[in-house]
Design a protein around this ligand. Structure first.
Ligand code: PMP
Length: 447
């Protein structure tokens, strides 16, 4: 049992300052109400999630966004490297997207029948994504992955699922997370997490359950660029063992290329899930795939009241047109590469063992730390200092289309200050006096 002796109670200056146009009283009132009335306990945005384990909260509520910047209710401006969990690939308030939504608003929001934009988005997706022959829509990424797994089970008559990491909040997926409560044990027995980028180990798993796996669902590129044989290996193992290969391109879709990772690597999965950038922040997801499988969709009752909601289709259509017409994925990859270069130089300057892992369009900070402070503790401090310096990130760096050289410069300046503080904390071997909010025991390693 770790001791709590490291709990820091030292008062540092509050993290928030009131900028012009900000409203302190309103913010404090809203924050109190959020704490009291929002059951999901994430009223303060994604940073709270990253830092909740260290007791750190970011008392900011977003007021508005524009391009790659957001403002909080205190009037502070941040460069938004989070971009709505990666959804707003074109940035906040892209004018073409916004006009399309406005135009549709004048025609009605939920018209009780499929609308023309719904059909047009389906056609555009089949044109853009290599594995798409038919499409169905949901609202969240979780809807699409949930339907994909139920469809794979219906088609194969099997129940076991092989998975990579997070694929949504439904039982079948969170069954792989032992810390999530309320999941029936039977569901937990039906899921196995595969080792990423290790075909031999995956084959070993298939050998253990040769006739039981309904689907192999993978988030194709998360923290690591896989070996060249990985995707072909997935395809051939799925075929050999009679499982459906499902690409969860909820994050990678449109961001890595208009046709997603499958287009980049020339691999055709049986089913694919996209969401997030599909409608640039509006709630829309899609399950798509080979006709012979998708035709079975009515048998799994993938239905919902809000499928007809037309603003999201209008937004998707405008977004897809931009992805087709403009070099969006190349630009965000260039931005990611430029940031990573600056990041590496600063990490060397301060001698901090850290990198931005993953594809340049989807990077995540990773610390390899020695000493008393744990990786979580360092990450908490890192995020705190970035926020103080006007950078909104929970450790994920998801570049967006409006980002430019100036944004890289501002981010590098903030990173410079941030890494300076991290260096100082490491030298002192404590977070005491560095983290504003009390640190939890998880911020330190076992003695
Ligand atoms: N798959 C992946 C890879 C994700 O990252 C997420 C959410 N971030 C989901 C599925 C679920 O999407 P949603 O939150 O829209 O339900």
């Amino acid at each position: 049992m770790k001791s709590r002796k490291h709990m820091s109670t030292k008062a540092l200056p509050p993290i928030d300052t009131l900028a012009e146009g900000g409203n302190l009283q309103r913010t404090e009132a809203l924050t109190r109400q959020a704490d009291k009335f929002l059951a999901h306990r994430r009223p303060l945005g994604p940073l709270e999630y990253a830092l909740s384990q260290s007791g750190f909260t970011v008392p900011k509520l977003a007021e508005q966004g524009n391009g790659c910047r957001i403002h909080d209710t205190l009037g502070n401006e941040f460069i938004d490297w989070h971009q709505g969990f990666g959804a707003t690939l074109l940035g906040h308030r892209n004018s073409e997207v916004e006009n399309a939504i406005r135009e549709q608003l004048g025609k009605g929001v939920n018209l009780s029948a499929s609308s023309s934009p719904e059909v047009e988005v389906a056609v555009a997706l089949c044109d853009m994504i290599p594995s798409a022959e038919m499409v169905s829509f949901g609202k969240n990424g979780s809807d699409a992955t949930h339907a994909a797994i139920r469809l794979a089970r219906a088609i194969t008559g099997r129940e076991m699922v092989f998975t990579t990491e997070y694929h949504g909040f439904h039982n079948w997926s969170l069954a792989s997370d032992p810390t999530c409560e309320g999941i029936p044990q039977r569901q937990r027995n039906l899921i196995r997490t595969i080792p990423y980028n290790d075909i031999e180990a995956l084959e070993e798993m298939f050998r253990e359950f040769p006739d039981e796996v309904a689907g192999l669902i993978v988030d194709p590129i998360r923290r690591e660029i896989p070996n060249s044989d990985w995707f072909e290996g997935l395809r051939s193992l799925a075929d050999r063992y009679g499982a459906l290969l499902i690409f969860d391109e909820v994050v990678t879709g449109f961001r890595f290329s208009p046709g997603g990772v499958q287009e980049l690597y020339g691999i055709i999965p049986d089913l694919t899930c996209v969401a997030k950038a599909l409608a640039n922040g509006m709630p829309l997801s899609a399950l798509l795939g080979k006709r012979r499988y998708m035709e079975k969709l009515p048998q799994i009752y993938f239905g919902m009241t809000y499928r007809g909601e037309a603003l999201s289709y209008a937004s998707a259509l405008a977004s897809l047109n931009i992805y087709k017409r403009e070099p969006v994925h190349e630009h965000v990859a260039n931005i990611g590469t430029a940031l990573r270069e600056r990041f590496d130089i600063l990490a060397a300057k301060y001698d901090i063992p850290t990198t931005l892992k993953g594809h340049p369009a989807r990077m995540e900070v990773a610390f390899g730390c020695a000493g008393r402070i744990s990786d979580l503790g360092i990450k908490s401090l890192f995020v705190q200092e970035l926020v103080r310096n006007g950078i909104y990130s929970d450790g994920l760096f998801l570049p967006s289309y409006p980002m430019n050289e100036e944004v890289i410069e501002l981010t590098a300046t903030a990173l410079d200050k941030t890494m300076g503080v991290v260096r100082a904390a490491k030298d002192c071997n404590t977070l005491e006096g560095f983290l504003v909010y009390p640190t939890s025991e998880d911020c330190y390693r076992e003695a």
